[in-house]
Design a protein around this ligand. Structure first.
Ligand SMILES: C[S@@+](CC[C@H](N)C(=O)[O-])C[C@H]1O[C@@H](n2cnc3c(N)ncnc32)[C@H](O)[C@@H]1O
Length: 189
Protein backbone atom coordinates (compact mmCIF):
# COMPACT_ATOMS: atom_id res chain seq x y z
CA UNK A 1 0.00 0.00 0.00
CA UNK A 2 1.44 3.40 -0.96
CA UNK A 3 1.55 6.20 1.60
CA UNK A 4 -1.20 7.98 -0.34
CA UNK A 5 -3.46 4.94 -0.06
CA UNK A 6 -2.73 4.64 3.66
CA UNK A 7 -3.47 8.35 4.08
CA UNK A 8 -6.81 7.97 2.34
CA UNK A 9 -7.80 5.08 4.57
CA UNK A 10 -6.91 7.06 7.69
CA UNK A 11 -8.63 10.27 6.52
CA UNK A 12 -11.72 8.77 4.88
CA UNK A 13 -13.98 8.39 7.91
CA UNK A 14 -13.36 11.95 9.11
CA UNK A 15 -14.82 13.98 6.27
CA UNK A 16 -17.25 16.66 7.31
CA UNK A 17 -16.29 20.01 5.81
CA UNK A 18 -14.83 18.33 2.71
CA UNK A 19 -11.87 20.72 2.88
CA UNK A 20 -8.28 19.54 3.39
CA UNK A 21 -4.67 20.60 2.81
CA UNK A 22 -1.50 18.96 1.62
CA UNK A 23 1.66 20.71 2.78
CA UNK A 24 4.46 19.78 0.39
CA UNK A 25 2.98 18.71 -2.95
CA UNK A 26 6.03 17.88 -5.08
CA UNK A 27 4.73 16.13 -8.23
CA UNK A 28 1.15 16.11 -7.02
CA UNK A 29 0.76 12.34 -6.90
CA UNK A 30 -0.81 12.31 -3.45
CA UNK A 31 -2.94 15.38 -4.18
CA UNK A 32 -4.28 13.65 -7.26
CA UNK A 33 -5.15 10.51 -5.35
CA UNK A 34 -6.85 12.47 -2.57
CA UNK A 35 -8.97 14.32 -5.10
CA UNK A 36 -9.80 11.19 -7.08
CA UNK A 37 -10.64 8.97 -4.11
CA UNK A 38 -12.20 11.32 -1.56
CA UNK A 39 -15.25 13.58 -1.99
CA UNK A 40 -13.26 16.73 -1.20
CA UNK A 41 -14.74 20.02 -2.31
CA UNK A 42 -11.41 21.79 -1.81
CA UNK A 43 -7.78 20.78 -1.39
CA UNK A 44 -5.29 23.49 -0.43
CA UNK A 45 -2.05 22.59 -2.22
CA UNK A 46 0.88 24.25 -0.46
CA UNK A 47 4.41 24.25 -1.88
CA UNK A 48 6.83 27.10 -2.64
CA UNK A 49 8.59 25.30 -5.52
CA UNK A 50 11.73 27.18 -4.66
CA UNK A 51 15.41 26.28 -4.71
CA UNK A 52 16.13 26.35 -1.01
CA UNK A 53 19.34 25.01 0.55
CA UNK A 54 17.39 24.41 3.77
CA UNK A 55 15.35 21.83 1.88
CA UNK A 56 17.36 20.71 -1.16
CA UNK A 57 20.40 19.64 0.82
CA UNK A 58 18.47 17.22 3.02
CA UNK A 59 15.66 15.88 0.86
CA UNK A 60 16.09 12.83 -1.34
CA UNK A 61 13.33 13.46 -3.86
CA UNK A 62 14.78 16.47 -5.69
CA UNK A 63 18.19 14.87 -6.04
CA UNK A 64 16.63 11.65 -7.30
CA UNK A 65 14.46 13.40 -9.89
CA UNK A 66 16.97 15.96 -11.15
CA UNK A 67 20.14 13.94 -10.44
CA UNK A 68 21.68 17.07 -8.93
CA UNK A 69 20.63 19.88 -6.65
CA UNK A 70 17.68 21.42 -8.52
CA UNK A 71 17.99 24.97 -9.84
CA UNK A 72 15.17 27.49 -9.66
CA UNK A 73 14.49 26.72 -13.31
CA UNK A 74 13.97 23.06 -12.39
CA UNK A 75 11.48 24.06 -9.71
CA UNK A 76 9.64 26.34 -12.15
CA UNK A 77 9.30 23.42 -14.58
CA UNK A 78 8.02 21.14 -11.83
CA UNK A 79 5.48 23.75 -10.73
CA UNK A 80 4.24 24.20 -14.31
CA UNK A 81 3.93 20.45 -14.88
CA UNK A 82 2.16 19.82 -11.56
CA UNK A 83 -0.34 22.66 -11.85
CA UNK A 84 -1.11 21.51 -15.40
CA UNK A 85 -1.55 17.92 -14.28
CA UNK A 86 -3.95 18.87 -11.47
CA UNK A 87 -5.87 21.42 -13.55
CA UNK A 88 -8.49 18.77 -14.39
CA UNK A 89 -9.81 19.21 -10.83
CA UNK A 90 -10.70 22.85 -11.52
CA UNK A 91 -11.79 24.81 -8.47
CA UNK A 92 -11.38 21.79 -6.17
CA UNK A 93 -7.67 22.74 -6.05
CA UNK A 94 -6.42 25.96 -4.49
CA UNK A 95 -2.73 26.58 -5.03
CA UNK A 96 -0.61 28.31 -2.42
CA UNK A 97 2.81 28.78 -3.93
CA UNK A 98 4.31 29.68 -0.60
CA UNK A 99 6.07 28.18 2.36
CA UNK A 100 3.91 26.35 4.83
CA UNK A 101 3.66 28.96 7.53
CA UNK A 102 2.98 31.80 5.13
CA UNK A 103 0.22 29.83 3.36
CA UNK A 104 -1.40 28.85 6.65
CA UNK A 105 -2.13 32.50 7.41
CA UNK A 106 -4.66 32.59 4.58
CA UNK A 107 -6.54 29.44 5.65
CA UNK A 108 -9.32 29.96 8.23
CA UNK A 109 -8.91 28.34 11.63
CA UNK A 110 -11.06 25.23 12.18
CA UNK A 111 -11.81 24.90 8.47
CA UNK A 112 -10.08 21.62 7.59
CA UNK A 113 -11.06 17.98 8.00
CA UNK A 114 -7.38 17.17 7.76
CA UNK A 115 -3.99 18.53 6.80
CA UNK A 116 -1.21 16.26 5.57
CA UNK A 117 2.21 17.63 6.45
CA UNK A 118 4.87 16.33 4.07
CA UNK A 119 7.20 19.27 3.45
CA UNK A 120 10.61 19.97 5.01
CA UNK A 121 11.19 17.17 7.52
CA UNK A 122 13.95 18.85 9.48
CA UNK A 123 13.02 19.31 13.14
CA UNK A 124 12.43 23.07 13.24
CA UNK A 125 10.40 23.08 10.03
CA UNK A 126 8.29 20.14 11.11
CA UNK A 127 7.65 21.81 14.44
CA UNK A 128 6.67 25.04 12.66
CA UNK A 129 4.29 23.09 10.39
CA UNK A 130 2.59 21.47 13.38
CA UNK A 131 2.20 24.85 15.10
CA UNK A 132 0.87 26.50 11.96
CA UNK A 133 -1.60 23.83 10.86
CA UNK A 134 -3.02 22.45 14.11
CA UNK A 135 -5.37 25.45 14.57
CA UNK A 136 -6.63 25.01 11.00
CA UNK A 137 -8.16 21.60 11.79
CA UNK A 138 -11.79 21.48 12.88
CA UNK A 139 -12.55 19.78 16.22
CA UNK A 140 -12.52 16.03 15.57
CA UNK A 141 -10.42 16.43 12.41
CA UNK A 142 -6.87 15.18 12.03
CA UNK A 143 -3.40 16.55 11.56
CA UNK A 144 -1.32 13.94 9.75
CA UNK A 145 2.23 13.76 8.55
CA UNK A 146 4.62 11.58 6.61
CA UNK A 147 8.11 10.20 7.20
CA UNK A 148 7.96 9.24 10.84
CA UNK A 149 11.04 7.25 9.94
CA UNK A 150 13.03 9.94 8.13
CA UNK A 151 15.92 9.15 5.86
CA UNK A 152 19.42 9.19 7.24
CA UNK A 153 20.26 12.36 5.31
CA UNK A 154 17.93 14.30 7.57
CA UNK A 155 20.06 13.63 10.63
CA UNK A 156 21.07 17.22 11.23
CA UNK A 157 21.48 19.38 14.29
CA UNK A 158 22.18 16.14 16.19
CA UNK A 159 18.57 14.98 15.86
CA UNK A 160 18.22 11.46 14.45
CA UNK A 161 14.41 11.34 14.16
CA UNK A 162 13.33 14.96 13.60
CA UNK A 163 9.69 14.22 12.76
CA UNK A 164 9.26 12.05 15.84
CA UNK A 165 10.85 14.70 18.06
CA UNK A 166 8.55 17.43 16.76
CA UNK A 167 5.40 15.29 17.03
CA UNK A 168 6.11 14.00 20.52
CA UNK A 169 7.04 17.48 21.69
CA UNK A 170 3.70 18.79 20.42
CA UNK A 171 1.36 15.95 21.40
CA UNK A 172 3.14 13.73 23.95
CA UNK A 173 1.99 10.14 23.42
CA UNK A 174 -1.49 11.08 22.19
CA UNK A 175 -0.54 10.66 18.51
CA UNK A 176 -1.20 7.55 16.44
CA UNK A 177 1.11 5.86 13.98
CA UNK A 178 0.81 3.56 10.99
CA UNK A 179 4.27 2.03 10.99
CA UNK A 180 4.09 0.51 7.53
CA UNK A 181 3.45 3.83 5.76
CA UNK A 182 5.28 6.04 8.27
CA UNK A 183 2.16 8.19 8.61
CA UNK A 184 1.49 9.67 12.06
CA UNK A 185 -1.66 11.52 13.02
CA UNK A 186 -3.26 13.38 15.82
CA UNK A 187 -6.97 13.81 16.37
CA UNK A 188 -7.59 17.45 17.23
CA UNK A 189 -10.03 17.87 20.13
C1 LIG B 1 8.52 14.91 0.03
S1 LIG B 1 7.97 16.15 -1.09
C2 LIG B 1 6.21 16.03 -0.97
C3 LIG B 1 5.65 14.75 -1.52
C4 LIG B 1 4.13 14.73 -1.65
N1 LIG B 1 3.47 15.06 -0.41
C5 LIG B 1 3.67 13.37 -2.10
O1 LIG B 1 3.14 12.61 -1.27
O2 LIG B 1 3.86 13.05 -3.28
C6 LIG B 1 8.29 17.62 -0.19
C7 LIG B 1 7.83 18.92 -0.86
O3 LIG B 1 7.84 19.90 0.19
C8 LIG B 1 8.12 21.14 -0.38
N2 LIG B 1 8.59 22.05 0.68
C9 LIG B 1 9.84 22.25 1.14
N3 LIG B 1 9.85 23.19 2.10
C10 LIG B 1 8.55 23.58 2.26
C11 LIG B 1 7.91 24.52 3.11
N4 LIG B 1 8.59 25.25 3.98
N5 LIG B 1 6.57 24.67 3.00
C12 LIG B 1 5.85 23.93 2.11
N6 LIG B 1 6.41 23.03 1.29
C13 LIG B 1 7.76 22.85 1.35
C14 LIG B 1 9.18 20.86 -1.44
O4 LIG B 1 9.19 21.89 -2.41
C15 LIG B 1 8.72 19.49 -1.96
O5 LIG B 1 8.00 19.63 -3.15
Amino acid sequence: MSHAEALIEIARDRLETGVAAEIGVWRGETSEKLLDDLPLSLLHCVDPYVADPEYDRYANDPRRLFRRTPTQEDWEGLYRATTKHLSRFGTRVRWHRARSRHASLTVPNGSLDFAFVDANHRYWWCKADIDAWTPKIRPGGRLLGHDWFTQKGLEVDGIRWPVQCAVIEAFGDAYELDESSGIWWMEIP
